[in-house]
Design a protein around this ligand. Structure first.
Ligand code: FAD
Length: 335
């Protein structure tokens, strides 16, 4: 086990743990981030990702967290002194959100768009009953997680991967001087806390070379859990991320070849150029769903544990809002 002296130990190297650790390190406290898996092997790397509260227990905190995150993401995507570290990684992307329901409401991620408009019937993609054209904030997750890891390092945070623990009480051994532990373990929280309210919703994506696709597509409204449930594609400069699946209670991290073929076929029906695009990678992640996001502090002996998990299909969307609040709870416990 690694023993890093720190005020705060953050458990988890996904988008939630990294963002929370950055808020703490940039506030001047010493932080160690420990995790079983490094950022590039988390659920977070499998996200599309688009800003929009999806598959998350809705309550009155969600809107604020999502708005704060959108604000931070927009700030990061704007160049500073002509340079943007995140050019092409966090950006406004034009696209279409379609539904099989003719009466569908505007998509949940439309709040990030200034230019939402209903598609004319002739422009609704095949197999769908209604569609909206809009611009939304998208994030290329592998690069974004790399940015977050570098930013944490620049702020003085240290990392220790391959640090799996089976009980929260073991966490103190990873950083014995830490008076606060922030639990950002996603689906891992189910066994670690333990918290049976955490249930994985498995998502599988296919990454192809980009044959020239510039607009995103999200199609919803099929039989819940069925093959037409969710189809999406997000283009980045050299790759396209194709999805998806929403399999509740499925813990498998193995890509399923038949699912991959079904995803490529569904996305090719929308963007025919994808049919022959070389497949570069398969990714699988487990969305940590819960009846509501758990963001609260509890005292455990001489240590305070701040929980920050259960973000479902919206961890990227809520990341900065939740990170800032969790960091505030941790700082209050230190003072
Ligand atoms: C296919 C797919 C598409 C998605 N699309 C979007 C999207 O478009 N927009 C959006 O906002 N969200 C999206 N999501 C959801 C988003 O990815 C998750 O909400 C988010 O990744 C959760 O982040 P996290 O940091 O809590 O968990 P994770 O990324 O799972 O990280 C958990 C960390 O905790 C560590 N850990 C767990 N257990 C232990 C333990 N016992 N000991 C030590 N360390 C442990 C892990 O090793 C890991 O480092 C998508 C998810 C999937 C799967």
């Amino acid at each position: 086990m690694t023993d890093f002296d720190a005020d705060v130990l953050v458990l988890g190297a996904g988008v939630i743990g990294l963002s929370t650790a950055i808020c703490l390190a940039e506030a001047g406290v010493t932080v160690t981030l420990a995790a079983a898996d490094p950022p590039q092997r988390t659920t977070s790397v499998a996200a599309g990702a688009i800003w929009g509260p999806h598959l998350v227990g809705m309550d009155d905190r969600i809107e604020d967290w999502a708005r704060i995150t959108l604000d931070r993401l927009d700030g990061l995507s704007h160049p500073y002194q002509g340079v943007s570290e995140l050019a092409g990684i966090v950006r406004a992307t034009a696209g279409i959100a379609a539904s099989r329901d003719p009466q569908a409401a505007p998509p949940e991620f439309s709040a990030s768009a200034g230019d939402l408009s209903a598609c004319r019937p002739g422009d609704v993609p095949p197999g769908y009953a209604s569609a909206w054209r809009l611009t939304a904030t998208t994030v290329a997750m592998p690069s974004y997680l790399g940015y977050l890891e570098n930013r944490l390092g620049r702020a003085g945070g240290r990392t220790a991967f391959a640090s799996r623990i089976s009980k929260l009480s073991e966490a103190s051994a990873l950083a014995p001087s830490a008076r606060v532990i922030v639990n950002c373990t996603g689906c891992g929280a189910r066994d670690l806390v333990p918290d049976p309210d955490v249930v994985p919703v498995r998502g599988q994506v296919v990454v192809t070379a980009n044959p020239g696709v510039t607009e995103f597509f999200v199609g919803t409204g099929g039989e819940p859990g069925g093959p037409g449930d969710l189809t999406y594609l997000f283009p980045y400069s050299d790759v396209v991320v194709l999805g998806g699946t929403q399999q509740r209670g499925n813990w498998s991290l193995e890509p399923d070849p038949r699912t991959a073929a079904r995803i490529v076929a569904a996305c090719s029906a929308i963007e025919p150029a994808l049919r022959d695009a070389p497949v570069l990678e398969h990714r699988v992640g487990l969305r940590p769903t819960r009846s509501r996001v758990r963001l609260e502090a509890e005292r455990d002996g001489h240590v305070t544990v701040v929980h920050n998990y259960g973000h479902g299909g919206a961890g990227v969307t809520l990341s900065w809002g939740c990170a800032e609040e969790a960091a505030g709870l941790a700082l209050a416990a230190l003072s």
